[in-house]
Design a protein. Structure first.
Length: 350
């Protein structure tokens, strides 16, 4: 029985982490570093689920260790290890990280100060500080090498898959709203919105990791950032549709435009699926609907209805809801076209 992809990835990550720890111990023993377990601990801590996240964690730990080692070594060598000196060193290390825009490294810097100043001194403080930094740096370097060479999982690939999955969820949300407008049973829009919001937050985190990967085509990473923004704008357009169809349970005006409305709904649904497929497979999907034609067709139907006086037989708020829906659908179609253009012109040509 084949393992599920998530289980297989978890198994690979477990093996990579163990290998990084073992190599760290072996190398520190080879160089006779006194406390090689710090290298192993560092390797285990910074080893993340993708290369970008590993690089981010590595920079954070390395910077914190460097600041902590420098401050701790200075204080011990000049004033010895006493309680007030320790307190001042911790405060200074924390403050220096803040000045250097290393907020994520502040905790690690203070821990390094504590290790240097509170551990029993068996040699010079600067030697201890240098050893701690060397051990941590070695563990980080080994973790990066293992992450890059053994089953590398690049964050930009995860971003692609995440954006494709989000677009599929957006198609489900759009169809649920369309069904609600027609008075048909539909999935909970609130549940679907919550799922999309969670997916957008996950994508944003993965994108930050992808941007940290200092290799691979920069053009692809820039295009991913632009595409993630388009996906978020598509979500906002669909949210606007939700406002347009509220309190529409008794509406019937839209039934004057069944053909054009159904055609536009189908075209938008196909466009969302097509975008998801293009991103997932890494090539433009040939089955792209003619969104401008679908919008124009419904616009023309609505114009003919106005000229024929159809609006006189319906309440004003019902008519306003329909035209709000039409305008929101037009904006959504435009955003989908822009996302498609980005994919064709930049995202798929790397």
């Amino acid at each position: 029985m084949l393992l599920r992809p998530a289980v297989l990835e978890s198994a690979k990550q477990a093996i990579k982490t163990a290998i990084a720890g073992v190599i760290s111990l072996y190398v520190t023993n080879l160089f006779h570093l006194p406390q090689g377990y710090w290298a192993a601990i560092s390797a285990l801590i910074v080893m993340q689920s993708n290369v970008g996240a590993t690089m981010t964690a590595s920079r954070t730990r390395l910077a914190g260790t460097a600041v902590g080692a420098a401050v701790g070594g200075l204080f011990v060598s000049r004033w010895g290890a006493n309680t007030w000196g320790f307190a001042l060193a911790v405060a200074i290390a924390f403050f220096v990280c803040g000045l250097l825009n290393l907020a994520d490294s502040q905790r690690l810097a203070t821990v390094t100060v504590a290790i240097i100043m509170l551990a029993g001194l068996t040699s010079s403080a600067w030697v201890i500080a240098l050893h701690r930094f060397a051990e941590v740096a070695l563990g980080i370097l080994i973790a990066l090498l293992v992450s890059l060479t053994l089953w590398p999982n690049h964050a930009r690939s995860s971003v692609r898959q995440g954006l494709a999955a989000t677009l599929t969820k957006l198609r489900m949300l759009y169809q649920a709203l369309a069904q609600s407008y027609r008075g048909e049973p539909a999935d909970s829009t609130e549940t679907l919105k919550a799922q999309v919001s969670d997916a957008l937050r996950t994508n944003a985190s993965l994108l930050q990791n992808a941007l940290q990967e200092a290799f691979g085509p920069m053009k692809e990473r820039e295009a991913l950032a632009l595409l993630a923004n388009h996906v978020e704008l598509i979500f906002h357009c669909i949210e606007t549709l939700e406002f347009a169809v509220r309190d529409c349970e008794a509406d019937t005006y839209f039934r004057n435009f069944e053909g054009g409305r159904e055609h536009l709904e189908a075209a938008i649904s196909r466009a969302l699926d097509s975008l998801a497929k293009s991103i997932r497979e890494g090539k433009p999907d040939a089955e792209w609907p003619d969104l401008p034609a679908a919008v124009t067709s419904l616009d023309e139907q609505a114009g003919r209805a106005r000229e024929a006086g159809a609006t006189q037989n319906f309440p004003l708020d019902e008519i306003l809801r329909f035209y709000s829906l039409l305008i929101s659908s037009r904006n959504l179609a435009l955003e989908l076209e822009l996302a498609r253009s980005l994919i064709v012109s930049r995202f798929m040509n790397n």
